[in-house]
Unconditional design. Structure first.
Length: 199
């Protein structure tokens, strides 16, 4: 539920918030309290809640800025074309200002920048929030492709069915505390009982 601490967990895992206890390890390296750029260098990519795009720039300009930083000038063209292969809907809007895209298209744009950079870990925060089911299906299909290629996923999600289909383990948060953790195969019934108890 809202206020459970999901987004805080995502921010701790990407270095945006320092943990009050415990440690943050990325591939065995302790990054607890490190600056966010150290997390980026370690391969952590954070697709934040909301639509993190430059509204006044075109779709292609958004991608160009991102890839020039992460892939270098020589990798920009290939990165842009790979983006349009992953999400053909963006190719049709490559010359449109990002601020004029639908909510689902803006989420695609913010996510594809992360995906093309081939990170070690993707932290996806509330990707389905407010989106049409067809867009959610497309986004999660691409996350499955990332997972199959070896990228680890940390998915923060209120609508759990898509996330459980991708994940091996699940944790249920309530008021900032873990109230249950286990395999994703066992999580569906546990989440349903939690909602029933709360209702």
């Amino acid at each position: 539920a809202n206020g459970a601490g999901k987004t805080t967990v995502a921010r701790v895992a990407s270095g945006l918030v320092a943990p009050t206890a415990g440690a943050v390890l990325v591939d065995g390296t302790d990054l607890t309290g490190a600056q966010p750029h150290r997390f980026v260098r370690a391969g952590v990519a954070h697709a934040t809640e909301g639509r993190s795009v430059f509204a006044s720039l075109t779709v292609e300009e958004n991608l160009r800025l991102s890839y020039q930083r992460s892939l270098g000038r020589a990798g920009v063209a290939a990165g842009i074309e790979r983006s349009f292969e992953l999400f053909p809907a963006l190719a049709k809007r490559r010359d449109r200002d990002a601020g004029t895209l639908s909510g689902g298209e803006q989420r695609m744009l913010s996510l594809v920048r992360v995906m093309v950079e081939s990170p070690a870990i993707v932290i996806a925060d509330e990707l389905s929030l407010g989106l049409a089911q067809i867009i959610v299906d497309e986004i999660y299909a691409q996350l499955a492709t990332l997972r199959d290629a070896g990228t680890a996923l940390l998915i923060v999600e209120q609508h759990v069915s898509h996330a459980l289909a991708l994940c091996e383990r699940a944790l249920l948060l309530e008021h900032g505390a873990i109230v249950w953790e286990g395999s994703s195969a066992d999580a569906g019934d546990r989440v349903a009982s939690q909602l029933f108890d709360r209702g």
